[in-house]
Unconditional design. Structure first.
Length: 127
């Protein structure tokens, strides 16, 4: 399967992403290495990122699909406490400095959520 950057890949039904709720995780290849990514709904919009803290490259969810802090205002790394804006992935507090999360382009339409591969982020299972 030849996947292009303008070719959306199905991720999940829109209803799977509750407002400020549990994220949907999915497997990708980042620079040809297996990684996990996640999508969540925040303020009515779907946002997706690579599941890697900008401070130290470790997965951030404190339980499967749980990325938001107790007040459900920020994405927070369960290991280091680095805090990110869910809308942009930008670091707002912690050891991540000016770095942010790696954003993955997503689109929601007709009750479904799709993600778009990029030059660096590809589907985990390409034929």
């Amino acid at each position: 399967m030849d996947v292009r950057e303008d070719q959306p890949l199905h991720l999940c039904a829109s209803e799977a992403l509750e407002e400020r709720g549990k994220a949907v995780s999915f497997e990708v290849l980042q620079w040809r290495r297996p990684e996990r990514a996640f999508a969540l709904r925040f303020d009515g919009e779907v946002h997706a990122y690579l599941n890697r803290c900008a401070h130290v490259p470790t997965e951030m969810d404190w339980q499967e699909g749980e990325f938001l802090d107790g007040e459900k205002r920020y994405i927070i790394c369960s290991i280091h406490g680095a805090t990110y804006d869910p809308r942009t992935g930008r670091c707002v507090m912690g050891m991540c400095g000016r770095m942010g999360l790696t954003k993955i382009r997503v689109e929601e339409r007709d009750g479904q959520v799709y993600w778009y591969p990029s030059r660096d982020t590809r589907p985990a299972f390409e034929d």
